[in-house]
Write a protein that binds this ligand. Structure first.
Ligand code: S3P
Length: 425
């Protein structure tokens, strides 16, 4: 797909539902008794992979245009899948479902696309094995395909080396089936949607600082969930509104959970003009975001804030490339094991656009303010790379071509239409 520089961006956009919350609604609804009704569910390919997997395990899920209905069968109601479970591109499906499957009474096999089959699974295999789970990498390379044989699980206190909500969630979900309490302590708090939603469904789960503790065998009950807009998808419009001269964009109903809102804190520290309107703090907090064009300056981004903006770092790189001065990103080695190696890919294509950027072991150093020019970018099967460079194209001279841009359907099927609409207003 080809892109040109934008003149200005104006108008309103309603962002599709949060990907992390949509996945969890399907999973926890399936493990609950009764019906779970989900509105503003993200109809992205990743979340459809989660629906497909639970359907294959005997859960009836109605997917209608305005809501999805999950007819859960309780904690022990899943059936052995009739075929291999295909996770598509979804790391969240793969890692969270592994925790659930470890506690079943049947064997299952998980696989996925070329990207998922390269992503590290040792990080969940290790704690699940410590719980007596039987999980193996079919090709012996610590990646999918994974074969999981359900087994009686043992509660543990797991001290995770990485701040990963997927690892934390896999262990907590296995903890639903364990013989006693299960605790997870992380080095830095990662997104806490599992803790909030499992508690809402009726689990006995407590969080204190960086430790979450769950008791086994709760009776989970079907619930209503209205999924907030995904701040990770809003990030592209935040960046576009800040960078394109004369812009003013209202982004409606965005989730602003403090474990996810690092982009807002960073954008403001860089000098970004963002106002939160209509804040709502019932359940997962939400707000409308009014974003106006701003002159940005470089900052240092490191430490505890990193997990709260990990998926937004590619587009924060674009903001940094356009900011005056130097931006240093540290403590973000996790970028290397996302849908692509996001340090290498960002350095490769931002350099090709004329940016002064150097990759490091755990982040990047960007000397901003050089004019960007169009180039050809390959998405590397990574939706966030495709959307980040679509934003870069709005401020680059000449034409930018993004190969493999269809990958945006993973998390934001209507992204290019929404972007074009705001450019035209
Ligand atoms: C997610 C957790 C994060 C994030 C991913 C979604 C989740 O991954 O990058 O897009 O829904 O739990 P890690 O847990 O690997 O950091």
């Amino acid at each position: 797909m080809k892109f040109q520089k934008a003149h200005t961006m104006r108008g309103e956009v309603t962002i599709p539902g949060d990907k992390s919350i949509s996945h969890r609604a399907v999973m926890f609804g399936s493990l609950s008794e009764g019906t779970t009704e989900v509105t503003n569910f993200l109809q992205g390919a990743d979340c459809l992979s989660t629906i497909d997997a639970f359907r294959k395990m005997g859960i009836e899920i109605e997917n209608t245009p305005d809501k999805i209905l999950i007819h859960g069968k309780g904690l022990h109601g899943l059936q052995a899948p009739s075929s291999v479970l295909d996770m598509g591109n979804s790391g969240t499906t793969t890692r969270l479902i592994s925790g659930i499957l470890a506690g079943q009474t049947f064997t299952s096999t998980l696989t996925g696309d070329a990207s998922i089959r390269k992503r590290p699974m040792r990080r969940i295999m290790e704690p699940l094995s410590m719980m007596d789970g039987k999980i193996e990498s079919v090709n012996g390379n610590d990646c999918a395909p994974l074969r999981i044989t359900g087994a009686p699980l043992h509660g543990i206190h797991y001290h995770s080396k990485v701040a990963s909500a997927q690892v934390k969630s896999a262990v907590l979900l296995a903890g639903l089936y364990a013989d006693g309490e299960t605790l997870v302590t992380e080095p830095t708090l990662s997104r806490n949607h599992t803790e909030i939603m499992l508690r809402y469904f009726g689990a006995d789960l407590q969080s204190e600082g960086k430790t979450a503790r769950i008791l086994p065998e709760p009776r989970l009950e079907g619930r209503k969930i209205d999924v907030p807009g995904d701040i990770s998808s809003a990030a592209y419009f935040i960046a576009a509104g800040l960078l394109v001269p004369g812009s003013e964009i209202l982004i409606k109903n965005v989730g602003i959970n403090p474990t996810r809102d690092g982009i807002l804190r960073v954008a403001k520290e860089m000098g970004g003009n963002i106002t939160l309107l209509n804040e709502n703090h019932d359940g997962e907090p939400t707000a409308d975001l009014l974003v106006k064009h701003s002159v940005l300056h470089g900052i240092t981004i490191e430490g505890d804030i990193i997990p709260t903006l990990i998926d937004e770092l590619p587009v924060i790189n674009i903001m940094a490339a356009c900011a005056e001065g130097t931006t240093i990103i540290r403590d973000a080695a996790e970028l290397k094991v996302k849908e692509s190696n996001r340090i290498d890919v960002m350095v490769q294509y931002l350099s090709a656009m004329g940016c002064d950027i150097t990759g490091t072991d755990d982040g990047m150093i960007i000397h901003g303010g050089q004019p960007l020019h169009g180039t050809e970018v390959d998405s590397h099967l990574d939706h966030r790379i495709a959307m980040s460079f679509a934003v870069a194209s709005l401020v680059a001279e000449g034409e930018t071509t993004i190969k493999g841009s269809d990958v945006v359907t993973i998390s934001y099927p209507g992204f290019f239409e929404d972007l074009a609409r705001l450019c035209a207003m």
